[in-house]
Design a protein around this ligand. Structure first.
Ligand code: GDP
Length: 443
């Protein structure tokens, strides 16, 4: 799989951070040093790496992040956001012509997958019930026209060709005319590539561009060529003006450098990625999903954001203090319950965790919302004194609470037992923690 090395290294760096309750500036520096090396080794452009690391550091060090309850998670969140930003932030959709057909010009060096990607795009539109005319404009590479015709046949998509004796500029213009006359939604022009960028090729592409005024000029680059792909993209963009990039062969063992640098270096978004030789192997490019994939995060990001917006940091600190000093009351219990409920159904939250699939037990977790409502009702039926001093809850008080909350005495008993168990557990934790400290001090 692509990015394997990078992904593994990033995940191990992030794992180290995640485990930390407290993150120092030195920790962040060390992590960023490792991130820098991992990116350089993945063949990401060195300037891109430098800027990336600086941005992350700037956002993390000396900020709220370090003071938050989960600094490790916060650093990961920043890295994820910046990785997404690096690859373009939002997904870049294809431009659409106001009046059909939308004209797409495919450009790129030979062997990068231009012809194949033209066919894949036609297939992609076909699945959306859109009709495409493929135009065979690569008159120099032997067999390119035939290759496109074979592709068209297999996709049941028409191919416009005038053989290899006509000029590509004429072929492109006539192809677009035909698509317009016959009401096609898209016309994709497969142009000629060379082994290297040369003036003649660029001149011809400019002429085609003038003739057909494309809505999209997509550069096809091979992810396996790493920084070369980025350099090629830069010069095509300067000389022709690109609207987007199709990054092919992401199914190979590319280190990822091209995917991570193209946008930052050329300001051209990646719009699609090729993930195989088959015509179905084309995917729209989502920077955020790619970033999460590299960091092995599942959709934890959404989860962190939800927790952040639901959990009042001030209250969380307060709660922590109460647990330590064993002054936790039923009011706090209720507070906790409400904060958790604000995050949404527990089942939904579990499904956002990566690797939950592997924890079989968790799959069957079903949270009884009614049970939560009952707990709330019981606590609300207590007097303030009862809430802070549960030990006074004798039989007659329990009966009154059950009546007041529309529950049974058994329900009330169960909740009080849960509460006491929780307190006992906290006491054990606190004693364990104290013991540890003593040991440390002792030697
Ligand atoms: P062109 O010269 O740019 O038109 O390149 P082609 O479309 O002929 O593709 C060159 C080779 O790359 C062919 O063998 C394709 O099957 C292969 N290819 C294209 N895209 C992909 C891809 O996303 N993944 C893989 N594994 N191979 C691809």
């Amino acid at each position: 799989m692509a990015f394997e090395g990078l992904s593994e290294r990033m995940q191990s760096i992030m794992r180290k951070l995640r485990g930390k309750g407290k993150v120092t500036e030195a920790d962040v520096k060390e992590a960023m040093r490792e991130v820098r090396l991992a990116l350089l080794e993945a063949d990401v452009n060195f300037r891109v790496v430098r800027d990336f690391v600086n941005r992350v550091k700037e956002r993390v060090v000396g900020q709220e992040v370090m003071r938050s309850l989960t600094p490790g998670q916060q650093v990961i969140k920043v890295v994820n956001e910046e990785l997404t930003q690096l690859m373009g932030g939002e997904r870049s959709k294809l431009n659409q012509a106001l009046r059909s057909p939308t004209v797409i010009m495919m450009v790129g060096l030979q062997g990068t997958g231009k012809t194949t990607s033209s066919g894949k795009l036609a297939r992609y539109f076909q699945k959306q019930n859109r009709r495409t005319l493929l135009v065979a404009g690569d008159v120099y590479r032997p067999a390119a026209i035939r290759q496109l015709e074979v592709l068209g046949e297999s996709l049941d998509t028409p191919v416009f060709s005038l053989g290899d004796q006509e000029s590509p500029v004429v072929i492109a213009r006539r192809g677009v005319e035909k698509a317009r006359e016959e009401g096609f939604d898209y016309v994709i022009i497969d142009t000629a590539g060379r082994l290297h960028i040369d003036e003649e090729m660029m001149g011809e592409l400019r002429k085609i561009r003038e003739q057909v005024s494309p809505d999209e000029i997509l550069l096809v680059v091979d992810a396996m060529t790493g920084q070369d792909a980025v350099n090629v993209a830069e010069s095509f963009n300067q000389q022709l003006g690109l609207t987007g990039v199709v990054l092919t062969k992401l199914d190979g063992d590319t280190r990822g450098g091209a995917a991570l640098s193209v946008k930052a270096v050329t300001d051209c978004p990646i719009k699609f990625v090729g993930t195989g030789e088959k015509t179905d192997a084309l995917e729209p490019f989502f920077p955020d999903r790619m970033a999460s994939r590299i960091l092995g995060m599942g959709d934890v990001l959404t989860l962190i954001e939800k927790a952040q917006s639901a959990v009042d940091q001030e209250k969380a600190r307060d709660l922590e203090r109460k647990m330590r000093t064993l002054t936790f009351t039923f009011d706090d219990f209720l507070d906790q319950l409400q904060q958790v409920r604000k995050m949404g159904p527990l089942e939904d939250m579990l499904s956002m965790l990566p690797d939950v699939g592997q924890m079989k037990g968790l799959k069957n977790v079903q949270v009884d919302e009614k049970q939560l409502v009952r707990v709330e009702a019981i606590i609300r039926s207590m007097t303030p004194q009862e809430k802070s001093h549960p030990e006074i809850l004798n039989a007659s008080r329990r009966k009154r609470i059950a009546r007041g909350s529309g529950t049974t005495v058994q329900d009330v008993n169960r909740l009080i037992k849960q509460f006491n168990d929780m307190k006992k557990m906290m006491k054990q934790f606190t004693q364990m923690a104290k013991g540890k400290k003593k040991k440390k001090r002792g030697g």
